[in-house]
Design a protein around this ligand. Structure first.
Ligand SMILES: Nc1ncnc2c1ncn2[C@@H]1O[C@H](COP(=O)(O)OP(=O)(O)OP(=O)(O)O)[C@@H](O)[C@H]1O
Ligand SMILES: [Mg+2]
Length: 313
C-alpha cells in the first residue's frame, strides 16, 4: 500500500506541519526535556507518522523494543491498557542509553472520561521511565488534567500545492503518468487528508493513467457500496470474486476490517436478505474474533466462505 510505502521515516520529511515539526525537533537533540505530548488534528495529516519518526530518532536503532504502540479504542478497556503499560514500563533502560520508553496511544480522544482518569494515574505512576504520546482528532475531548500534563501539538489539514507536489513525486517513482488537473481533483476530494489522497491516487492508478476521469471513477465508488458488492458475491457463493474485492478494499482502499464488518452488517439489514438471523450470528462471531486479535485477513476470508454456505440455502 502506498500510504505505508511512502510514510516518511524522519520528521523533516513530513509534508507541511512545519510549526509542529519545529517544536518537536529539539526533543530529538535533548530528549530529557521532552514532556508527555498530545497530537491533535484531522485524519491523515501526519500525527501517527510524526510520533513514529520522533520515537525512532530518540530511541535509535532498537526503537521497536522501547516503543509501545496502542490503539486506545481497539484495546479492550483501560484495564488492558494498564496491564500492557505496566508490563512494558517495568524496566528502566538508562544503562543502554535509552532516556525513557515511549508509549503511543492512538485515538486517545475516543476514551471515556473514566478511562482517561485512569490513564492519568497510569501516566503519573510510570512517568519516571516513560513518555506518552497521545493522539486524537480533538484535543478538547481529552480531560483537562491530562491536557495540562502534555505539550499540545496541532496538526492542520495539508495545503493544496504541497499535496499536489507530493503526489506528483510518487507518480514519478511509480512511473505512472498523471495530469495536474487529476491531482488537483484528488486534493478536492480528500481536502487535506493525505492518507485519503494516497489511497485515491492508488485506486485511480488501478484504472490506468491518472486523469480526471479515472479519479472521478475511483472516488465515485464509495467504500460502503464496495462492501455491499462483496457481501452479495459471498452470499451467491462466489468466493473468488468476494475475496479478490475484499483484498482490494482493505489493502488498496485502506478500509479497516472492523469497518468492513460494520458496513457488511448495515448492508445485510438494508438489503433484507434471507436467513438474516443466521447471517447476523456469523458477522457477530467474526467481529468477536477480530476483537480478540485473530488474523483479520484469514478471519474475513473464512467469513466470506461461511456466508456462501448460508446464502446458498
Ligand atoms: N504530513 C505528512 N507528510 C507526509 N505523508 C503524510 C503526512 N500526513 C499523512 N501522510 C501519509 O498518510 C499516511 C497516514 O498518515 P498518519 O497515519 O500519520 O495520519 P494521522 O494524522 O495519524 O491520521 P489518523 O487521525 O487517521 O490516525 C502516512 O502513512 C503517509 O503516507
Ligand atoms: Mg493516526
Amino acid at each position: 500500500m502506498w500510504v505505508e510505502k511512502y510514510r516518511p521515516q524522519n520528521l523533516d520529511d513530513l509534508v507541511d506541519q512545519t510549526i509542529a515539526v519545529d517544536r518537536l525537533r529539539p526533543f530529538t537533540k535533548s530528549p530529557a526535556s521532552m514532556p508527555h505530548l498530545l497530537f491533535a488534528g484531522p485524519p491523515g495529516t501526519g500525527k501517527t507518522t510524526a510520533a513514529l519518526a520522533l520515537a525512532r530518532s530518540i530511541l535509535g536503532e532498537a526503537w521497536k523494543n522501547y516503543l509501545l504502540n496502542l490503539n486506545a479504542s481497539d484495546e479492550r478497556g483501560i484495564n488492558t491498557v494498564r496491564q500492557r503499560v505496566k508490563t512494558f514500563a517495568r524496566y528502566s533502560d538508562e544503562s543502554v542509553g535509552i532516556p525513557f520508553r515511549i508509549i503511543i496511544l492512538d485515538e486517545a480522544d475516543e476514551m471515556t472520561q473514566d478511562a482517561q482518569t485512569a490513564l492519568r494515574r497510569i501516566m503519573e505512576e510510570t512517568s519516571r521511565i516513560t513518555r506518552f504520546i497521545l493522539i486524537g482528532n480533538y484535543s478538547s475531548k481529552i480531560i483537562d488534567p491530562i491536557q495540562s500534563r502534555c505539550a499540545i501539538f496541532h496538526f492542520s489539514r495539508l495545503e493544496k500545492p504541497d499535496v499536489v507536489k507530493h503526489l506528483e513525486g510518487i507518480c514519478g517513482k511509480e512511473k505512472i503518468t498523471c495530469t495536474r488537473d487529476a491531482l488537483e481533483k484528488i486534493y478536492e476530494v480528500s481536502r487535506g487528508d493525505l492518507r485519503h489522497a494516497l489511497n485515491l491516487l492508488q485506486s485511480s492508478a488501478t484504472l490506468g493513467e491518472i486523469d480526471v476521469e479515472n479519479v472521478e471513477k475511483a472516488a465515485g465508488i464509495s467504500g460502503r457500496a464496495r462492501v455491499g458488492e462483496i457481501i452479495q458475491f459471498a452470499l451467491k457463493a462466489n468466493f473468488k470474486k468476494a475475496h479478490e474485492n475484499l483484498i482490494l478494499l482493505t489493502s488498496v482502499y485502506g478500509m479497516s476490517e472492523r469497518d468492513f464488518l460494520k458496513y457488511a452488517n448495515e448492508e445485510i439489514i438494508r438489503s433484507s436478505v434471507k436467513n438474516l438471523g443466521t447471517i447476523s450470528e456469523i458477522l457477530a462471531k467474526y467481529d468477536y474474533r477480530l476483537v480478540v486479535g485473530s488474523n483479520p485477513e484469514i478471519q474475513l476470508s473464512a467469513m466470506l466462505a461461511e456466508l456462501g454456505t448460508v446464502g446458498a440455502k
